[in-house]
Design a protein around this ligand. Structure first.
Ligand SMILES: Cc1ncc(COP(=O)(O)O)c(C=O)c1O
Length: 363
């Protein structure tokens, strides 16, 4: 790679501060270095093999968590133990998971008879075996009801050919974004309690439950310390965002969207080329980095309208940087990440699992 400086790269561009990211990775690995619970970092946060490689190399990891089959196919090149912490339905997707199961230990979440039927049929057709975690509804997006219903579905998994019951998962997503530690802790404990009640019901039925997976960046040291939880699916900690920065976490913001000012339409406004096609706003407006008193007022497709103090000298051609409010969808908008040490670009990493990679494969 020819030497480059951040001031020369084409914008909008995603930039990572390498040493801040590496410190985040180190801190999380340390948090799981001792104790029974381990880390299975979530690939969906960044979809970038070079980052996942560093997370695995730091230790304390049992494998990689993914949200999609496409991510799992990319992650399979990095690690032979992948959890798709999501229900997988549809012939094409189940077939791809069954194919992966021939070369790596891949597990999926199941919360319905239909889901079980589809994945087990695909595995039987491929002559492979797919691991299953029964997903328990602990108050968020998906999952079978806790307790006996979860144990009954686990029983069905255990009786079904082509799949192997590996354990249970739940996602305490409703607790994850609560800024106050005491309220977040109470909400996480209540939610994960429902998962653990289900673990007891499964074990009482004489069924195996070697994996109990839950957690995220906001609860890694709450859920990760609850007896019975074996692994944590945290993802955002690696690069953080302004939403997670509101919490009392030890991790620091390590990435931003770099833009160029293209206009100064008023005394207190500048317009940059980093609109919402490069930086999402689903968790709120991004914040302006290193420019006290500046705020993002509006994101259009290709334009960021930024309010600046009257004396601000920023003008056309100058660079501006935005801290995103939500890591996962922002990174998914970019093909590449520029890796910086100070002003120097030391590497460029492809966001290899971004978008719907199967569409690119078929085109
Ligand atoms: C199933 C699942 N596990 C874990 C996480 C936690 O990720 P993060 O650490 O980025 O909050 C998420 C985030 O949406 C998720 O959907």
């Amino acid at each position: 790679m020819k030497p480059q400086r951040l001031s020369n790269i084409s914008t909008p561009a995603l930039v990572i501060d390498l040493s801040v990211m590496e410190n985040n990775i180190r801190l999380m690995a340390q948090a799981f270095a001792s104790g029974p619970c381990k880390l299975r970092p979530h690939f969906k946060a960044h979809k970038t093999p070079e980052i996942a490689r560093r997370q695995l190399a730091a230790g304390s990891c049992v494998g990689i968590t993914c949200a999609t089959v496409g991510e799992a196919e990319v992650a399979a090149g990095l690690c032979d133990d992948v959890l798709i912490a999501n229900e997988v339905l549809g012939n094409d997707k189940c077939r791809r998971v069954a194919a992966l199961a021939k070369s790596i230990d891949v597990k999926v979440a199941v919360d319905s008879e239909q889901g079980l039927r589809e994945i087990s049929m695909a595995a039987r057709d491929a002559n492979s075996e797919v691991g299953v975690l029964v997903e328990v509804n602990i108050g968020f997006r998906a999952g079978t009801q806790p307790g006996q219903p979860a144990a009954a579905l686990a029983q069905r998994v255990a009786e079904t050919d082509g799949v192997r019951l590996r354990g249970l998962m739940g996602y305490e997503g409703a607790a994850m974004g609560i800024p106050e530690r005491d309220k977040r802790e109470a909400a996480a404990r209540a939610a994960v309690g429902r998962l653990l009640v289900s673990v007891t019901a499964v074990s009482d039925a004489g069924l195996p439950c070697e994996i109990v997976s839950a957690g995220g960046t906001g609860t890694y040291d709450i859920t990760g310390r609850m007896e019975g939880v074996t692994e944590i699916q945290a993802g955002s900690y690696v690069l953080m965002d302004t939403e997670y920065a509101k919490q009392d976490l030890p991790f620091a913001k390590a990435f931003w969207v770099l833009g160029t000012v293209i206009s100064r339409p008023g005394a207190t406004t500048v317009t940059a080329d980093c609109g919402h096609k490069s930086c999402t706003q689903d968790h709120g407006m991004p914040q302006v980095k290193d420019l006290p008193g500046a705020t993002v007022m509006f994101l259009a497709d290709e334009h960021a309208m930024i309010g600046v103090p009257p004396g601000c000298s920023l003008g056309p051609g100058d660079r501006v940087a935005l801290w995103p409010s939500h890591i996962d969808p922002t990174i998914n908008l970019h093909d590449m990440i520029y890796v910086a040490e100070g002003e120097h670009v030391v590497d460029v990493w492809p966001v290899a699992a971004r978008g719907y990679i199967e569409q690119r494969r078929e085109s």
